[in-house]
Design a protein around this ligand. Structure first.
Ligand SMILES: NC(=O)c1ccc[n+]([C@@H]2O[C@H](COP(=O)([O-])OP(=O)(O)OC[C@H]3O[C@@H](n4cnc5c(N)ncnc54)[C@H](O)[C@@H]3O)[C@@H](O)[C@H]2O)c1
Length: 348
């Protein structure tokens, strides 16, 4: 297959490119290193592009901005990929408010450019879109919670397994990022339902792994590990540091994308995460990190939460496992943190 991967130098895009290349597929990566524009030198993904170019046999890089509609249409017309995996984005919840036009143009309009190009030139090719749990806005914060020693947890039996895809995305605060991702998510669903295309939205919590160019505003575990091993003070914003995040390794995300492309459905939505067993609070993440690095985490506590931040979020994985029973995330949270530490030390 010819697979077009947008955001191919980023965490998920590079993992997906590697995953499919190893199976002998031909990869067309699209990335313009916009992450370095969003986040500065720490967000630069050139190192990852070089790794892909050196390690993958059939990888073509296209330095292209997905906002450029004419070029997106031309590229998809010339390649006619057998599958599209769309991971390029302005990915930060907090960053979006300072760059609202860039955020919407990349996340919403860029997604539309890709969908329409796919519809025009390869309508039968599966289209996988990386959405986010921020489409649920801050509504999960209205669920009754209980405070435990190191974390918040749901105190409502309806959410014992976490948040399902039926959860409302409406009438709550999303952040501008959440709103631009809602626009993209709904458009991806619409191209499925309206035009009968094999599209899906994957609503992730924290996607993580050793290949992230983690920065304070994006890349929870990757940035936390960076702070730990480099002795940087990590800022904890509100909720007593007990806010719970759902974590999944980028390899497991790639594994699921492979399953979807082999057996696609029309206009589907999945919450893709590690579920409760791979969730951790910030305090718990410090502890796991310290176990492997043997370094005490330095942190400051700021008694104000990030706007719209979830107090507790983990995915209900019932639907994804029911539709794709062969999906088996392979990386535990502890393994993942250990891998990130090892890779970060190698890159120092
Ligand atoms: N990492 C997470 O915790 C997380 C959580 C939920 C959802 N997601 C979603 O998953 C997707 C991938 O996230 P990631 O962590 O790999 O992000 P990332 O920032 O590591 O990768 C995104 C890549 O897209 C590229 N890019 C951005 N704008 C572009 C543009 N206009 N044209 C071409 N390339 C562009 C960037 O340079 C970067 O290499 C995003 O849609 C994100 O919203 C990520």
């Amino acid at each position: 297959m010819k697979i077009l991967v947008t955001g191919s130098s980023g965490l998920i895009g590079s993992e997906v490119s590697t995953y499919f290349a190893k199976q002998g597929h031909s990869i067309h990566g699209v990335d313009n290193n916009q992450r370095s524009v969003f986040f500065g030198p720490q967000g630069d993904t050139t190192w990852r592009l070089k790794e892909l170019q050196n390690s993958l046999t059939d990888f073509s890089h296209h330095e292209l901005d997905i906002r450029d509609r004419v070029k997106v249409l031309d590229l998809i017309k010339s390649i006619k990929p057998d599958a599209i995996v769309h991971t390029a984005a302005q990915p930060s919840h907090d960053k979006a408010a300072s760059i609202p036009f860039d955020d919407f143009d990349v996340n919403a309009v860029g997604t539309l450019n890709l969908l329409e190009a796919t519809r025009q030139y390869c309508p039968d090719s599966p289209f996988v879109h990386m959405s986010t749990n921020k489409v649920y806005g801050d509504a999960p914060n209205n669920i009754k919670l209980k405070e435990l020693d190191t974390r918040w947890d749901y105190d409502d039996p309806n959410y014992a397994n976490g948040i399902a895809e039926s959860f409302s995305i409406d009438q709550c605060k999303h952040s501008l990022f959440g709103a631009s991702k809602v626009a993209a998510d709904i458009m991806v669903q619409e191209y499925g339902r309206y035009f009968g295309m094999a599209t899906c939205c994957l609503r992730g919590g924290c996607l993580t792994g050793p290949s992230h160019s983690g920065v304070e505003l994006h890349g929870f575990l990757s940035y936390l590990v960076k702070c730990n091993i480099e002795g940087i003070t990590y800022k904890v914003f509100g909720y007593k540091g007990k806010q719970v995040r759902d974590n999944i390794h980028s390899e497991d995300v790639a594994q699921f994308i492979g399953l979807f492309i082999n057996s696609p459905k029309i206009g589907e939505v999945y919450n893709l995460g590690g579920g409760k067993k791979n969730s951790c609070s910030i305090l718990e993440a410090f502890e796991i990190c310290e176990t492997f690095s043997d370094k005490k985490q330095k942190f400051d506590y700021i008694d104000e939460n990030r706007v719209g931040d979830h107090i507790c979020y983990y995915s209900d994985l019932s639907k994804i496992h029911a539709h794709y029973p062969h999906f088996r995330p392979a990386n535990s949270l502890h393994d993942t943190v250990e891998q990130i530490i090892r890779a970060s030390l190698n890159r120092l």
